[in-house]
Write a protein that binds this ligand. Sequence first.
Ligand SMILES: *Cc1c(COP(=O)(O)O)cnc(C)c1O
Length: 493
Amino acid sequence: MNRTLYGNLIFELSKKGRKGYSLPHDYDRTHTTAELPQALRRKEAARLPECDELTVVRHYTNLSHNNFGVNDGFYPLGSCTMKYNPVINEEIAAMKAFAGLHPLQPADTCQGALEVYFNLQQSLAELAGLSEFTLNPCAGAHGELTGLMVIRAYHESRRDDARTKVLIPDSAHGTNPASAAVCGLEVVEVHSLADGTVDVDHLRELLADCGSQVAAMMMTNPNTLGIFEPRVLEITELVHAAGGLMYYDGANLNALLGECRPGDMGFDVMHINLHKTFSTPHGGGGPGSGPVGVRQGLESFLPTPRVVFHEEEKQFAVDAPEGALGSIGCFFGNFGVMLKAYAYILTLGRENVKNVGPLATLNANYIKERLRDDFLLPIQGLCKHEVVFDGLADKSTGVTTMDVAKRLLDYGYHAPTIYFPLLFHESLMIEPTENESKETIDAFIDVMHQIAAEAKSDPEMVKSAPHNTPIGRVDDVLAAKHPITTYWKSIEE
Ligand SMILES: *Cc1c(COP(=O)(O)O)cnc(C)c1O
């Protein structure tokens, strides 16, 4: 990109009086601001950039080249499942027959869309081993909140009002305690053992102490370290015996897909991120979808609307029964996302969906075994869909996980997740996903070895990376605490 010519900001390209549009000559006469109340009108004209069309087009095209997505290169962001978004799914979601629908149109005019909706509800229930799903929640965290509201409604229906605590392992994703707090529940932390799994003895102590106040335990399995909880059945039994329900954070179901099901492990309520496991775009590419499923007996606590099938009339219908939680989002949720997820499920089919978990797991373990010479592996044994290192094995160079992540950008890779999970000081969490080829993964491994060698031979160079990106290191804290969000503010300060 030619920075001197095109500049960093569109404001810097502005030339007074330059225009990128032309309006009809009588525009001012036909479009008047006279009806706007005086108090609502601007006192002075907005200071907008003035540019010709081609400059605008080049500016934004160049900016878009600074972007990085799954389609640009390997994106091993742990706990995020940056999975390839197949193009056909995008095309299906954009079909006029779907994209042109209105959420309020009568059910008999959109039977096809309702059928897709219904089928996705059913497919997720089957994959999860649960009874019924709502597709309304629009993100993983939104699903967690919905699931906890279902759990609270269940306890309240039994007049068991004392259950206000939620047990959450200290390794959990940050949204778990946040969702519990938003739901008005109190978070009680369950310790992890040195191997990263739940400390069941600590759980027993907590249940002995306040079991009758426990609404639920939230768990991620495999946990956020990518480790399958070997004592999950014992844990679900303990919590059930105390009268609590088990919540499964299934944001990332990649490791289990086709292998085993949360319902069979004893979980009562869960959410799934369609924008992780089911290949729909997320991050800057959102919007997301976090469907929530429940085991048999809890269906009536799910939010509405849900889509049902009436056998006699052979018709799909929208169901919003009285007494349910009500609606927790607008209309049906993010329908376009659901179309993409359903297309992905159908593309795989019953046979190939079984390969997702094993292939994702194989890829992560391959990376683990090939990088363990240069990177510190704090947890031995098989991981699932992601692997966590504790920085470089050789700590004498002073090169940190942050430095490794920054240097990866120079080689054209998105960085892995860093400094999460919090259990280790130098966490570096890599998640490949099942779609990556052996060549892609090998090339990434070579670069990681290269960076480890550079850390020894030229640590200062690694510590000052990135060297090839449009900007180098930003002050993250300053950017978060004192963001400058407008151009005029930035030059006036
Ligand atoms: C991504 C993730 C979430 C949150 O999902 P959002 O859609 O970002 O709200 C929750 N739990 C785990 C384990 C996750 O990986």
